[in-house]
Ligand binder design. Sequence first.
Ligand SMILES: Cc1cc2nc3c(=O)[nH]c(=O)nc-3n(C[C@H](O)[C@H](O)[C@H](O)COP(=O)(O)O)c2cc1C
Length: 348
Amino acid sequence: MTRLTTLLGLELPLIQAGMGAVAGPALCAAVSRAGAGGTLALYREPPARAARLVREAAASTDRPFGVNVVPEVTGPAACLDQLRAVLPELPRGAFVTSFGLPDTDAARAVHGAGYPLVVQVGSVAEAGTALGRGAAVLVLQGTEAGGHLLGRMPADLLLAAVRARYPQAVLAVAGGIATGGDLADAVARGADGAMAGTLFVPAGESTAHPEFKRRVVGAVADDTLITSLFEIGWPHRPHRVLRNPLTTAEERAPATFIATTRVDGREHPVPRYSAAAPGDGTTGRIEEMAMYCGRSCTGVTARDPAAVTVARIRREYESARRPGTSSPGPTNSARTSGSREPSQIQER
Ligand SMILES: Cc1cc2nc3c(=O)[nH]c(=O)nc-3n(C[C@H](O)[C@H](O)[C@H](O)COP(=O)(O)O)c2cc1C
């Protein structure tokens, strides 16, 4: 047990990241039933649909789960609308995660409803602001993470800096977690747990497009890169994705529509360079879309049901943490092998 498991009522100090186009009610509930922190992505979901998705997740698990908001994408007003729609639907023991700082109104709404607020940050300064807004847990995102990047430091450096500044804070790291050994290693370095996203992209219950799942399973860390290319719908925020024809092209192609995503029977066109990831309702030039993926992908090699993945992580974590075990156990070599990129924030 760590302070994270106690605070959120989990059996394993691991939170599954809320991931737009990937983490719907099925993945969230499967991870939650397996004893880790399943999380439902709300991303751009309109309030009524968000509330319906929360009801679906709540009907499929009796264990704690979270909902994830991304205020930078929705804007503060729409984020508050989402929260007002979903908070009344959440069971006791649920939690709310935010990618980046929520504004004070959003933070107050979560606290007022009695749920712990988990805030993902990328710097010591943001960590301080999040604590000031009442965050119960800080998720410290390193530049090895998949998806949009909040900061410019690898997770272990950020953890050391935030732990030194806020010794009592409940801290989870995000980035580089693919095995129970990675998780044990993070805890040994002073974290109370971790958040993982890429690990769950290929899960049976994930709604990622099958081609996205296939590529994550087949990829190693250096198949990913940090870029700012996929900016339509989410500008000014670098992101780590799998290399694809657009990231390797010399010249920018026109931002014409390249795919269509169907949600609730309605078709949404996807332009080239859109921030949207390919989900199971997407058709078109999937290979040109943003497939967010962390350096942890080296250790992500199977398309198992989420419960199988969580059970494996739990076994590896417990054996690594057993008294008398001197090493934290098998870790994801991509993170620990020193193959760190020359500059973690180099972009193209
Ligand atoms: C496919 C994908 C989509 C993501 N979407 C979101 C999101 O909607 N909200 C969020 O808080 N974080 C999102 N993230 C970032 C995660 O919160 C986290 O920082 C990251 O997954 C950690 O690195 P890892 O992927 O190597 O485990 C996403 C990550 C991936 C891989």
